[in-house]
Design a binder for this molecule. Sequence first.
Ligand code: NAD
Ligand code: DAU
Length: 352
Amino acid sequence: MKKNILVTGGAGFIGSHVVRLLVKKYPDYQIYNLDKLTYAGNLENLADIENADNYHFIKGDINDADFVLSLFKKHPFNGVIHLAAESHVDRSIESPMEFVFTNIVGTVNLLNAARTAWQNQFEGHIFYHVSTDEVYGSLEHDDEYFFETTPYDPRSPYSASKASSDHLVRAYSHTFGLPIVISNCSNNYGPNQFPEKLIPLAINNIKHNKTIPVYGKGENVRDWLYVEDHAQAIDVIFHHGKTGETYNIGGNNEWKNIDLIHTLCSVMDRKLNRPEGTSRKLITFVKDRAGHDLRYAIDATKLYSELGWEPSLQFEEGLSKTVDWYLSHEKWMENVITGAYEAYYKKQYEQR
Ligand code: NAD
Ligand code: DAU
């Protein structure tokens, strides 16, 4: 069946993997990538598919309600996969308001536009909100997990903004009957991740013999998932998820930050042909993140038992692939760090 799908935030880390998967796997679909191209949006992430017949890039801001509505009037979208967001916890501590605008107001703009455009003809339509496990708060004990039924307890401006948007998405389902689905995923890693996040930051610093900043004592635990596995899960949920439902997505792969960094240091030493132990010397314990959540751990049983999805990659394999990708894409990293990537849109799109 032909579909027109709006993906928001498709130039970002996870969004770029979702867009690539959809463009390649569904040649009958038209995939529209709406992205403001903030510091986190990088069209170089999609250079390999930008000329595909079924791919369309739209530069725009989800905070602009009139623009978003006009887009839904212009294109008969059957589905929305909403990833656009401010995504970095540290930035939300520095500057919360952007997170309120994009993550909350921007999401409501999209919900309003979908509701207006679909005019209660909801059959065959779906609004999918891609969310985070951080809405559930922080776990204290090793045997605790986040389930879909775990009460929300967000603690950072970022997670509070994502929790708000989840609530609003559910409210539009309950109040107006909008067909929705939500997934809450754990920490992603892999190619195209902006080097403000732990793994690409550490890879880049190790490569250039710079210190690796570990917050606090490095005791915090995250559950890591390879980004292409997340994209696969999103595809499965978008097509087969039950309307109105929430699905947790996780890697079943918990690591204390310090253990993860030790492992990464060994991988980097091997790949860079440096004596074992070289990279570890770069570890520097720094002031902890304010309100730093101790542990996240997802129970993704529902997604496996109802829709058959499970991660395909073991962490060691995923980490090795990730390191290989960053080491073989020096230009990508250089362009991100110097800001040169921001000119890509001008070169490839504005001058056409
Ligand atoms: P990212 O920061 O890499 O990318 C976000 C994208 O959204 C960028 O391309 C940016 O330009 C775009 N964007 C930001 N504000 C916009 C606006 N106002 N209008 C239009 N586009 C805008 O983020 P990511 O890590 O790829 O995360 C994507 C989504 O997945 C987010 O909603 C995030 O909350 C969620 N998530 C991320 C993770 C993770 O580990 N990274 C885990 C679970 C869920
Ligand atoms: O759990 C899902 C979330 O994972 C997503 O919703 C967010 O968008 C995504 O950014 C990520 O949030 P985290 O805060 O967990 O990711 P980050 O890479 O920033 O940090 C991972 C852990 O490493 C966290 O405990 C903080 C720590 N850290 C991070 C940085 C950047 C450090 O010790 N040093 C660092 O320099």
